[in-house]
Design a protein around this ligand. Structure first.
Ligand SMILES: NC(=O)c1ccc[n+]([C@@H]2O[C@H](COP(=O)([O-])OP(=O)(O)OC[C@H]3O[C@@H](n4cnc5c(N)ncnc54)[C@H](OP(=O)(O)O)[C@@H]3O)[C@@H](O)[C@H]2O)c1
Length: 258
């Protein structure tokens, strides 16, 4: 039967986006807030987070729930628990978790320092574990939840100079799929978005020659935009994706076809 309800109206939903101060996370925060969700986002740069929250809230129409910034380092298990407790005390539940916070510390293995490995694992992999563990109890109680993990095509195909990052992003896929198996029967979906190369500060930091080479290797002929990622996320969070769990959605302009 046809329904006229807008599947992308998220009024009444509460979302937590990690790493929402820039790039993909900021776009996700804006996209969800514009569609009615109450959005909490975190990051480690307090001044930037406060500015971004103010900037987004000024664009909200009357009746939209808006956004709040929380200064949280996702690599801290305790801080993630406290963040989730604070959000649930205020908004009762968390419906959507987007594990987006990520960093790179690139170098060839021979030059990679132990700290490069540890920092990338702590933010990308353990951060995703910390936040997922913190929200799942509430989602189980509500018999509803949608979790999205930001991996990367690099986690699927490997990349020279990114042994640490590729390992963390591959680990995220294993975590998301295991969680999908644990939680599917409770109406909690766990999916992965694996972006290719998206125009953000993370890719701006790359050598221009490497950027040019990458662009040539993308069948779509361009780097992705943050909106390309938020569109995929909105679909996965909408009722249109209720029967999709444990999947890795590549948003990469055809870069990797496996
Ligand atoms: N851009 C790409 O081409 C691309 C491709 C594949 C995958 N991805 C993945 O997509 C996600 C977003 O990437 P992006 O390009 O938007 O990155 P970005 O522009 O560098 O932004 C990263 C975000 O993560 C936050 N963050 C970093 N460390 C954190 C920590 N310890 N605790 C909490 N927040 C932290 C940053 O905020 P603070 O600085 O305030 O901490 C920032 O908001 C990442 O997981 C990345 O690996 C990106």
């Amino acid at each position: 039967m046809m329904t006229t309800a807008d599947p992308f109206n998220f009024t009444g939903k509460v979302a937590l986006v990690t790493g929402g101060t820039r790039g993909i996370g900021k776009e996700l925060t804006v996209a969800l807030a514009q569609r009615g969700a109450r959005v909490y986002f975190c990051g480690t740069n307090e001044a930037l987070g406060a500015d971004v929250a103010g900037e987004i809230n000024r664009t909200m129409a009357a009746g939209q729930a808006g956004v709040s910034f929380l200064k949280v380092d996702v690599s801290s298990f305790t801080a993630c628990n406290e963040m989730v407790a604070e959000i649930t005390a205020e908004s009762k539940q968390i419906d959507f978790l987007i594990n987006n916070a990520g960093i790179t510390r690139d170098n060839l293995l021979l030059r990679l320092k132990e700290s490069d490995w540890d920092e990338v694992m702590a933010v990308n992999l353990k951060g995703s574990f910390n936040c997922s563990k913190a929200v799942v109890r509430g989602m189980l109680k509500n018999r509803y939840g949608r979790i999205i993990f930001l991996s990367s095509v690099v986690g699927l195909m490997g990349n020279s100079g990114q042994v640490n990052y590729a390992a963390a992003k591959a680990g995220i896929i294993g975590m998301a799929r295991s969680l999908a198996r644990e939680l599917a029967s409770r109406n909690i979906n766990s999916n992965v978005i694996a972006p290719g190369y998206i125009e953000t500060e993370m890719t701006e930091a790359m050598d221009p020659k490497a950027q040019e080479k990458i662009q040539e290797s993308i069948p779509a002929g361009r780097l992705g935009k943050v909106g390309d990622i938020s569109n995929a996320a909105l679909f996965l969070l909408s009722p249109m994706a209720d029967y999709i769990t444990g999947q890795v959605i590549q948003v990469d302009g055809g870069l990797l076809m496996a």
